[in-house]
Design a protein around this ligand. Structure first.
Ligand SMILES: Cc1cc2nc3c(=O)[nH]c(=O)nc-3n(C[C@H](O)[C@H](O)[C@H](O)COP(=O)(O)O)c2cc1C
Ligand code: SF4
Length: 518
């Protein structure tokens, strides 16, 4: 059997030099006259070990990382094709502590399989969920997804089954499934990892959604900053179509479902579902007033399911193993697993899929290993640019939608960004207001005007001009934005601003210049 070498083609691994490593491995193979198959797999998500190269040996896979091109010659000298020891040797990938402790349901295949091999996908449990779905009634599929407790992973945590039921119950000649792959939140990369590392699972999830709701056409709206994900999805859709997974007879059944990839133009607000629909329709991406809900009148005015990549990619395992299996993980009303993306100033950045319920402290300190700089953690922003900053005092908060809401925070798309004690929280609050001003779609006044005024107020505060007055003003402004904005861009910007102000008040009362000089 010819040796098999896995070198990630994932964008994160590529950014860390995976392509150069692949080139060096190819050159070394040629020079030594060794025949081997190089598989460009996805990443397993332990980015501090990327580029992580694996070889398939008689005793299972053996990993090496982080591999530099200059390591390649010595890797061959050490017999890495049979798992030989080397300074980059990591052993069996699933025994690496960061990976061993995870519960991988949605990401079970990511980094393991060849992303574009349908045979590999099937050999690892792929298509079992769709196979079950084609033998069921739409109502039963919806029931199973509802009973699993799956909630939208895009940010709002809305129950996926209820959304699907609304579309199923709305009669129309045409319905759509739209996958939101705009992934604009800071520190998030789960959608990208799935699309690059296991694209068929998203296709399978969308096909199930189509069969469950009576939709025959799907669109994946991917941000333009993800060219590798776009390429992987386009190729995977083609392969799935040729294999009869998509098309007029899905898996040989009477169900018809097909899809195509569309590319966004780079606006954060186009991740908001109704702005996304406008953008998909070829218009400027602007938020629509609700009602009507997209489930009633969505894309081109037709009933539409809009779900995040991870929501859809979690459906196949539910349809394969059952609602009870999935629901068994988690806590409270947060069921199943959540792929937590650990980023920012952190020692072990990466994707960590686990059942809901770990505390923020466990995630930051135990899994993330604290800061990369070695300085104390000051704050953690959870849930993207509209998420609250959590101080260490709140690190006992469990990762659960309701627990985070109770602390004036949100889980969002489950991205966490770590800051050390050198962070200036007044600057972070200003950044949130400025981000909102730049990204605002301009439709409503509290967001369009409020965010610009917010920047001005925080600038005056930084200059120590009547600080107490500015604090009262920004608090009032945040209240107006929170309750008066049409969508969550303006409505949630107060979360980072007010959490920074409430948890780090000292940063908002800069020492007067004269006093500092004394
Ligand atoms: C400003 C803004 C940006 C958003 N960006 C995204 C995004 O990039 N991806 C996403 O899935 N949801 C995003 N959302 C949430 C979507 O509006 C919507 O709730 C989600 O796509 C629904 O899918 P889900 O139920 O599977 O989470 C955003 C919302 C707002 C207000
Ligand atoms: S809150 Fe901002 S982004 Fe949302 S509709 Fe209003 S102006 Fe547009």
């Amino acid at each position: 059997m010819i040796p098999r070498i896995y070198i990630p083609g994932d964008s994160g691994a590529l950014a860390l030099g995976a392509e150069k490593v692949a080139k060096a491995v190819r050159a070394e193979l040629a020079e030594r006259g060794i025949e081997a198959k190089i598989v460009r797999n996805g990443s397993r998500g332990a980015y501090f070990l990327e580029p992580m190269v694996e070889v398939a040996t008689a005793n299972g896979r053996v990993a090496y990382g982080p591999v530099k091109p200059s390591d390649v010659k010595s890797l061959f000298d050490c017999g890495f094709l049979t798992g030989g020891h080397h300074k980059r040797w990591l052993g069996a990938p699933d025994k690496i502590p960061f990976l061993a402790k995870q519960t991988r349901l949605t990401f079970a295949r990511c980094g393991v399989t060849d992303p574009l091999s349908l045979d590999h996908y099937k050999a690892h449990g792929g298509l079992n969920g769709l196979q079950n779905a084609v033998a069921m009634t739409p109502a039963d599929i919806v029931k199973q997804v509802t009973e699993s407790g799956l909630r939208g992973r895009g940010g709002a945590g809305f129950p996926t089954g209820i959304k699907w039921k609304t579309v199923l119950d709305t009669s129309a000649a045409r319905k759509y499934i739209v996958c939101n792959a705009d992934e604009g939140d800071s520190g998030t990369f789960a959608d990208r990892m799935i699309m690059e590392g296991d694209p068929f699972v998203l296709i399978e999830g969308m096909a199930i959604a189509g069969i469950a709701t009576g939709a025959t056409k799907g669109f994946i709206y991917i941000r333009s900053e993800y060219p590798h994900a776009v390429a992987a999805m386009q190729k995977a859709v083609e392969i799935a179509r040729k294999a009869g997974v998509l098309g007029v007879n899905v898996l040989g059944s009477a169900n018809s479902f097909d899809m195509e990839v569309r590319i966004g133009a780079g606006a954060y607000v186009c991740g908001e579902e109704t702005a996304l629909l406008d953008s998909l329709e070829g218009k400027r991406g602007q938020v629509r007033a609700k009602p009507p809900l997209p489930a009633h009148k969505g894309l081109f005015g037709k009933p539409t399911v809009i779900n995040n990549v991870i929501s859809l990619a979690s459906v196949p395992v539910i349809m394969d193993k059952g609602a009870a299996f999935y629901k068994d993980f988690g806590m409270g009303r947060s069921r199943g697993t959540i792929p937590i993306q650990i980023a920012g100033n952190v020692k072990y950045p990466g994707l960590y899929e686990a059942a809901f319920g770990m505390t923020l402290g466990e995630i930051v300190d135990d899994i993330g290993g604290g800061t990369a700089t070695g300085r104390p953690v000051k704050a953690v922003q959870v849930g993207g640019p509209l998420g609250a900053y959590f101080p260490r005092a709140l690190f006992d908060t469990p990762f659960d939608y309701e627990a985070f809401a109770a602390k004036d925070g949100l889980i969002g798309h489950a991205g966490i960004v770590v800051f050390d004690d050198s962070a200036d929280m007044l600057k972070q609050a200003r950044f949130a207001m400025e981000f909102c001003a730049i990204e605002s779609c301009g439709k409503c006044t509290p967001c369009r005007i409020g965010s610009t005024r917010g920047v001005e107020v925080l600038d005056r505060l930084a200059q120590n001009i009547e600080p107490e007055k500015q604090i009262a003003l920004v608090t009032d402004l945040c209240n107006t934005m929170k309750f008066g904005s049409l969508c969550a861009l303006g409505g949630f910007t107060p979360y980072p601003v007010m959490s920074a102000l409430n948890h780090f008040p000292d940063d908002f009362r800069p020492t007067p210049v004269a006093e500092a000089a004394e």
